[in-house]
Design a protein around this ligand. Sequence first.
Ligand SMILES: Nc1ncnc2c1ncn2[C@@H]1O[C@H](COP(=O)(O)OP(=O)(O)OP(=O)(O)O)[C@@H](O)[C@H]1O
Ligand SMILES: [Mg+2]
Length: 256
Amino acid sequence: MTDATYNSETTSALLYLNGISVSFDGFRALNELSFVIEPGEMRAIIGPNGAGKTTMMDVITGKTRPDTGDVFFEQGKYDLSTLDETEIATLGIGRKFQKPTVFEMHTVEDNLQLALKNDRGVKATLFWKSSPEQEARIDEVLETVRLKALRHRVAGSLSHGQKQWLEIAMLLAQDPKLLLVDEPVAGMTDVETMQTAELLREINRTKSVVVVEHDMAFVRELGVKVTCLHEGSVLAEGSIDQVSANDRVVEVYLGR
Ligand SMILES: Nc1ncnc2c1ncn2[C@@H]1O[C@H](COP(=O)(O)OP(=O)(O)OP(=O)(O)O)[C@@H](O)[C@H]1O
Ligand SMILES: [Mg+2]
């Protein structure tokens, strides 16, 4: 642990990034990045291309090890910067990447069964009969993401937006405490974008969420605290109105 300054905010935090730096060949993608996510919170992260948003998620999930700093999870109980990707996933952190990675040849239901049993390998899972509890879980997540009617459809035939929702459902099937979602509405129609905001708000009733997005109408619709990253650090934090009125945010991001 580095010189973490503990106060009531950081000790009650679900997630506390403390002075995270990451360099790639001498380029600082994250520069002493610190912020706190409270239990039950949904946070929107914005910022220009290359600001370090995806790298921040890579650090939280153990894909990238920080050069300096700590990542405390669950009131400081765990330091994620010392754990590997599997251990971090097991603690209840689920991540959705930018591009949908559903199994196109399989049905919506099969994709969810794979998510429930992803430690068994694809083949074993497809021939394995699911339990009533798992069926109930699949029903529940399909209901949440509004794909119940498409349960037996082949995932490859879904719209781009529906594939993104299926992938969110696959994350939910594993019942994470914290969901990290990278640019979920990129390529979606306006209607799908607003439906996704509603979906994430619903998910946030029971789970904490960190969502990276460039779509400001979507971020506004979420109605949550916003953090703007720039050059690997926090440039501004607050309500959407506060952050959008910040001169530096306008200069480096919104005024593009
Ligand atoms: N594995 C890597 N190797 C080298 N450089 C990298 C690597 N990953 C990220 N970078 C660099 O780090 C910087 C931050 O990238 P990152 O992907 O985190 O930005 P971002 O905020 O997610 O941007 P965008 O909005 O475009 O998705 C960029 O300059 C990027 O080129
Ligand atoms: Mg990114």
